[in-house]
Design a protein around this ligand. Structure first.
Ligand code: EPZ
Length: 418
């Protein structure tokens, strides 16, 4: 079990270049197989989830090379339509391969992804949509067996603007017969990034980023080169770190238009943020103010992935903040660990009431999921004394070289391998 050890109290000062977005690169890597050719993807972050996706691609018969931030994928000889349940359990977001594999083979056999620490993570919207496109789907022995003579375009209304379901439909629709129109589609920036990449491959997708997306099926797609967008959740995490430690940060490559909700809350809580020609600069005015209420919503509402990092900030704000987690049913597992560090937080159903305290104290804590782990790192940076964080394999899924980035900004953090 590896741990991160952090000695709090140091101001975070310096500059960080924002990594490529995890939730954009994963569907883009899956989409590459539809070309059955060569794709070059730049700005790929070094993350466990990217490594796992690369394993899936290799198992499907693709040839992969990585040099620095670029991944080269040759899917010419792709020859397998299966993803085994072990791999699916290790990374449930591999479910977005389903639409891509169906576009290539017209059939797929993937392990059921199952849930994760933050929620049950059902895929009923994915399955309902693919059935509308002519896919016959059965669930047997923990596998989804899918096949169709050919994918047909359909008018698909999503009961909830699911990111993954929107992505799977796009991936299945790009080579389907006729046009697919998704209404109540997810509007996240990562959807736009995926659409931009698919269009570079020759797809005909319009409306990505709005709640109505149309995809005209085309005969075939070809290889393409693409640069992944910056990670908006990692960016907000580092901005919060600068605020919590009374520091100052230049965040290079950040895209403010992707995080308007979070930037507005940071400003309300005392952050002084200004755009620079290559990103964002933040310095708070010494005081951190509480925020009346934060409700997580589908984009462009406040992002659920930023809920726990913002809760760490609220834990040391002057006043009381209320959080309402509307997206996932179990996304408060970081609360007990923050309380162990001296935070005053009460959870009641989907709501959490955070009464700011003057100081947090170092403690031995553990994370059980990615963004909660980021929140514990932020709290440890602001705390008095030493914190040891266990479960950092979850953090490595989404934050590239977090101890390197923070150390270079003056934070006393190191990884201990047990
Ligand atoms: C994506 O997950 C992200 N993951 C999540 O980021 C993010 O929190 C989420 O979108 C919301 O923005 C990736 O992109 C790899 P959803 P996804 O389908 O696609 C319900 C992180 O920390 N739902 O929009 O799984 C579901 O239960 C991760 O980087 C159904 O009911 O999210 C949830 O309540 C965590 N049926 C809600 O929709 C379905 O078929 C949002 O899920 C699908 C989803």
């Amino acid at each position: 079990m590896n741990k991160l050890v952090i000695d709090g109290g140091m101001p975070m000062r310096g500059e960080i270049t924002v990594q490529g977005a995890k939730n954009a690169v994963l569907p883009i890597l899956a989409a590459a197989i539809i070309s059955r050719g060569e794709c070059v993807i730049h700005n790929c972050p070094r993350l466990r989830d990217v490594e796992k996706t690369s394993i899936v691609l290799t198992r499907l018969g693709c040839k992969l090379n990585r040099s620095e931030g670029t991944i080269y994928i040759d899917s010419t000889d792709i020859n397998d339509c299966r993803i085994d349940e072990k791999l699916m359990r290790e990374m449930r977001s591999s479910i977005i391969f389903l639409g891509a594999i169906l576009s290539v083979f017209g059939k797929a056999e993937v392990g059921l992804p199952g849930g994760c620490p933050i929620g049950l993570r059902p895929i009923d919207l994915h399955i309902k949509a693919l059935r509308q496109m002519g896919v016959r789907i059965s669930e047997e022995h923990g596998y989804l067996n899918c096949e169709c003579s050919h994918l047909v375009g359909a008018d698909i209304h999503l009961d909830f603007p699911s990111v993954g379901a929107t992505e799977n439909i796009m991936l299945a629709a790009v080579k389907a017969d006729g046009e697919t129109v998704i209404t109540n589609a997810a509007r996240e920036p990562e959807i736009i990034d995926l659409a931009n990449f698919l269009n570079k491959m020759g797809a005909q997708i319009r409306g990505a980023g709005s709640s109505i997306i149309s995809i005209k099926g085309t005969e075939r797609l070809h290889g393409a080169e693409y640069t992944v967008m910056p990670d908006r959740i990692v960016a907000q995490t580092y901005l919060i770190g600068a605020m919590m430690t009374d520091g100052e940060l230049l965040l290079k490559g950040a895209e403010p238009s992707h995080m308007q909700a979070g930037l507005s809350v940071l400003t309300e809580m005392g952050g002084r943020i200004r755009r620079t020609q290559d990103g964002l600069h933040i310095k708070n005015n010494g005081k951190i103010r509480s925020i009346n209420i934060i409700k997580t919503m589908p984009y462009p509402g406040f992002p659920t992935d930023a809920q726990s990092p913002f809760m760490a900030l609220a834990a040391i704000a002057g006043g009381t903040s209320v959080f309402v987690e509307n997206i996932f049913e179990n996304r408060y597992r970081h609360v007990d660990e923050l309380v162990r560090m001296g935070a005053d937080i009460k959870v009641e159903g989907r709501s959490a009431v955070v009464r700011g305290v003057k100081k947090l104290y170092g403690a031995n804590v553990e994370t059980y999921e990615l963004r909660g782990g980021a929140a514990l790192i932020l709290a440890a940076m602001a705390a008095e004394g030493r914190t040891q964080i266990a479960g950092i394999e979850f953090i490595d899924r989404g934050y590239e070289d977090i101890e390197g980035n923070l150390s270079r900004c003056g934070i006393k953090i190191h990884r201990v391998r047990f």
